[in-house]
Ligand binder design. Structure first.
Ligand SMILES: [Zn+2]
Ligand SMILES: [Zn+2]
Length: 190
């Protein structure tokens, strides 16, 4: 049964079907279910190949991804050259705002492959963060907190100061559904 009194109206960006998996790295968020890269207030759809390349780098979480892995995963039925791969890495670096010799996101490992230079935060579904990511205020599981569709999480006063707009991805901040305690769930079920 749906408890409509406690149902929060989903914002537009919550409507993607299926499990939403997103990766945060540096000031970027990749929405893997929609293949869109968010940066501050912009959203960039990625081509299939660039998306796969970025996803492989994110999934490796800082470890080196070999050229052969890229060839097998991104060009499965083709015979790409090192130049194809290098060209796509260059495009990815441009999308990530890197300039020549400023490899703050993607690092070339000569002769072997590529790796990410940033830490990666992976999210599947609601992760219930404990702290406001703007002011570090503690957030109770059943207290008031605000999230965007990527689960960037803020306390109520920060959410209001941000005019309910996520400072990471620009998305609308909505009330985080309170997580019921086991006791409350048992009470409702019984
Ligand atoms: Zn805060
Ligand atoms: Zn956000």
């Amino acid at each position: 049964m749906i408890d409509s009194a406690h149902h929060i109206e989903p914002a537009q960006e919550h409507l993607a079907p299926g499990p939403s998996i997103s990766y945060r790295f540096g000031s970027y968020i990749l929405d893997a279910s929609r293949r869109v890269l968010f940066h501050e207030l912009t959203a960039k759809p990625l081509s299939e190949k660039l998306f796969k390349i970025l996803l492989l780098l994110l999934q490796a979480d800082g470890r080196v991804v070999s050229k052969d892995t890229f060839f097998d995963e991104v060009w499965p039925d083709q015979s790409p050259s090192d130049a194809n791969l290098a060209q796509h890495l260059l495009m990815l670096r441009q999308i990530l705002g890197e300039r020549a010799r400023d490899h703050s996101y993607v690092v070339t490992v000569p002769g072997i492959g590529y790796r990410l230079a940033t830490t990666v935060e992976r999210k599947i579904g609601l992760s219930m963060k404990q702290l406001c990511e703007r002011c570090d205020a503690a957030l109770e599981a059943d207290g008031r907190a605000y999230i965007c569709s990527y689960e960037c999480t803020f306390c109520e006063s920060c959410a209001m100061e941000l005019s309910r707009r996520c400072r990471n991805c620009g998305g609308t901040l909505v009330r985080r559904p309170p997580r019921r305690t086991a006791a409350a769930a048992a009470e409702q079920a019984g």
